[in-house]
Design a protein around this ligand. Structure first.
Ligand code: ZN
Length: 468
């Protein structure tokens, strides 16, 4: 008996192991072939229903995790098309996209069929842009350009906003927390933006603008979040003449943050605490330089500041940072504070609120892109601002207490007298790093102030000592 058992034991073990190995192999093959199916480029020829046009469909993985791009191309001589659209693992999303694509193709092919001019050539192009937002969201913007034989194309936009973790489509209702009050506030912003757009003055269809921006959910279904703005799309001829083309309204998220459901809100930047809160009885002064960066003047000023081991604050224009990102980087690298001074120096109070906030937001983004560091203080051009604008700026809005008028006299010899005559403790001194005379007169100012026992600090460091 024990001998028999011994003989059977290994036999059963052997069979079991064999079974396990073959099962594992089968499972592995299934998984791998599924992956192949998912990620490899697959090509297939497909007959479209409405017309016997051969199109070439291919699907490939993209730089965006979980998103595949489907390309559908037909080289038919009379009815060519090139279509790109997104595909995910979520069936409801894929169905919604495919519905739009199929409708677009069928409309195109049937109107070409109806066109009796057999020489007339059509074209359908649907292009795709993908914009990630925060960790889980994607905006897809599909732009359709359609020729059906005429000289001018019809251009229209379709958007999809999804949570790619859940795969679910998110409508504008969810974005605005299903709140009609939020919808009304948003509608007002969009309407104002269109009505106050100087480029649209002559082109706007006034009644259509009112109709298209009534606080109805259906008016705001074409949206995307792009570069920290919520954008709404209006097709050609929808609200303005053909000369104006299709319109996009961009609302900075910082402006409409309170209207968004919490999961879509942006983290508003908290004012930064001063790094070193020193002796309150000490003498200190904050030198500030506006309107740069400038390739020559800013560099000279940086060298003079270094000579006195002085720290200062530079309020930069976004438009100039775009041209001189390396100078902006150098200012930061040498230990100075970076401020936002608007994009191109307009009087903010003369702009619409959205435009004013856009001046802040675009510059914030440009500076962050250039130096990988967020500006910590804001100064409105000409010091012109109001409570409504300030309420939208999430960082301290800082003016000055000593104006050197360097932009006016442009005289190196006059810089020090202007500082001297107005000197007081915890002063903020206004200068401009775009005038050679300012760079030339700075050494005398620093030498004098150092002799008087002043410490040179940044604006954020001096703010706690200034009375509001
Ligand atoms: Zn300025």
């Amino acid at each position: 008996m024990p001998e028999r058992r011994k003989k059977r034991g290994p036999m059963i073990d052997f069979l079991l192991i064999g079974l396990i190995i073959s099962l594992t192999t089968i499972i592995l093959v299934i998984i791998l072939s599924k992956d192949d199916f998912k990620f490899q480029k697959i090509s297939a020829s497909k007959e479209t229903d409405s017309n016997s046009i051969t199109s070439n469909l291919s699907t490939e993985s993209s730089a965006f995790p979980g998103i595949r791009i489907v390309t559908d191309v037909s080289n038919d001589k009379r009815t060519p098309f090139a279509i790109h659209y997104p595909e995910t693992d979520n069936k409801a999303f894929n169905d919604a996209v495919l519905q739009y694509i199929t409708d677009s193709k069928e409309n195109y092919l049937s109107s070409m069929k109806k066109n009796k001019d057999k020489e007339a050539m059509g074209e359908l192009n649907i292009s795709l842009e993908t914009f990630p937002y925060q960790k889980h969201y994607y905006s897809f913007v599909l732009t359709k350009t359609l020729y059906t034989g005429g000289a001018n194309p019809e251009i229209s936009t379709k958007t999809f906003f999804i949570n790619h973790e859940t795969g679910k489509l998110i409508p504008i209702e969810t974005l605005l927390n299903n709140d009609e009050n939020n919808l009304s506030a948003l509608a007002t912003y969009v309407r104002k933006d269109l009505q106050q757009n100087p480029k649209l003055k002559e082109e706007l269809f006034k009644d259509d603008v009112i109709k298209s921006t009534e606080p109805k959910w259906s008016n705001f279904h074409r949206f995307a979040i792009v570069d920290n703005s919520l954008q709404f799309y209006f097709d050609e001829y929808e609200i303005a003449s053909g000369a104006a083309g299709p319109q996009t309204v961009k609302l900075p998220l910082s402006l409409i943050n309170p209207l968004l459901a919490s999961e879509f809100q942006i983290a508003m930047q908290k004012p930064t605490k001063p790094v070193n809160v020193g002796d309150p009885n000490k003498k200190r002064i904050a030198l500030t330089f506006d309107d740069g960066p400038h390739p020559k003047v800013t560099e000279q000023i940086l060298n003079t500041l270094d000579k006195y081991n002085a720290k200062a604050t530079f309020f930069m224009l976004g438009s100039r940072v775009q041209y001189y990102p390396d100078i902006a980087k150098d200012v930061l690298a040498r230990g100075h504070e970076i401020g936002n001074h608007s994009w191109d120096h307009p009087v903010l109070t003369k702009l619409s609120l959205e435009q004013a906030v856009n001046q802040y937001t675009s510059t914030f983004a440009e500076i962050e892109k250039a130096i990988n560091h967020k500006p910590t203080v804001f100064r409105p051009p000409y010091g012109a601002t109001n409570d409504t604008i300030n309420a939208q700026i999430p960082i301290p809005v800082v003016l000055w207490s000593i104006d050197t008028l360097d932009w006016k006299h442009r005289n190196a010899q006059q810089l020090l007298p202007h500082v001297k005559n107005n000197l007081h403790n915890n002063a903020i001194v206004l200068m401009h790093d775009i005038h050679q005379s300012t760079a030339d007169g700075l050494d005398a100012v620093l030498a004098y102030l150092q002799g008087q026992g002043y410490e040179f600090v940044t604006v954020s460091e001096i703010l706690p000592y200034r009375q509001k």
